[in-house]
Write a protein that binds this ligand. Structure first.
Ligand SMILES: Cc1cc2nc3c(=O)[nH]c(=O)nc-3n(C[C@H](O)[C@H](O)[C@H](O)COP(=O)(O)O)c2cc1C
Length: 201
């Protein structure tokens, strides 16, 4: 697998799902083997903040779907996050996944493990929301920046953001946006680094 696509929103057939699928369609046409992971299809419990992972590098929650996701998060060469905004950030189910990456953060920053570091890895953020404020994507950008960092990917990442996308089908009805997403996916799917990330917050 070259690319892991994480869909963090609850609507399985919604705008952000269409965004991820179009991006991965482009990535596959660009030559990458891409897999998608829909949080809505999985049981991922919330981090309890117990801090046991800081001692052991393992999460105490072992009976949910994170067990099989951890190795993929720690080894995928490229990861694309696709999300809609709920109160300016990732919806709760997706945030549970991100919070559980604390285990990987602990391995890196508390236990000094380096095996998950991927300096040549790459991240990408696809995000959309219903409103149009200037700072709409600031919180999610910070959240995903430090998520990628915890995983061992570079903090810089490319992104596409779309405002004023609300009802089911709103994004799919925008041919201009869909072709932008496809082309970005195709570029991300090509081998090699493909230039520096844009995000610097
Ligand atoms: C609980 C909730 C909170 C939301 N909060 C925001 C928000 O803070 N900013 C925004 O622009 N849109 C917000 N929205 C709108 C969604 O981001 C928007 O409808 C999006 O297109 C949904 O994408 P989806 O079809 O992938 O779920 C919110 C929607 C819900 C249900």
């Amino acid at each position: 697998m070259d690319i892991l696509g994480l869909h963090l929103s609850p609507r399985r057939n919604g705008n952000s799902a269409a965004m991820l699928e179009e991006f991965l369609r482009g990535a596959r046409h660009g030559g990458a083997a891409a897999e998608s992971y829909f949080v809505a299809d999985h049981d991922i419990r919330a981090c309890t903040g117990c801090a046991a992972c800081e001692e052991t590098g393992q999460c105490v929650i072992t009976d949910d779907d994170m067990a099989e996701l951890y190795p993929r998060l720690a080894t995928a060469p490229r990861i694309v996050v696709a999300t809609s905004l709920f109160f300016y950030d990732v919806p709760a189910g997706g945030k549970a996944l991100i919070d559980r990456a604390q285990t990987l953060w602990a391995r890196r920053y508390r236990l000094g493990q380096t095996d998950m570091l991927r300096p040549d890895g790459r991240g990408f953020l696809l995000a959309l929301g219903a409103t149009k404020g200037r700072d709409l994507f600031v919180p999610v950008s910070l959240c995903v920046k430090y998520f990628f960092d915890a995983l061992g990917l570079p903090r810089q990442f490319d992104h596409l953001f779309f405002r004023q996308i609300e009802g089911l089908g709103d994004l799919a009805g925008r041919d201009d946006y869909m072709s932008q997403i496809y082309e970005a996916g195709r570029a991300f799917g090509r081998k090699g680094r493909g230039g520096p990330g844009q995000n610097s917050e």
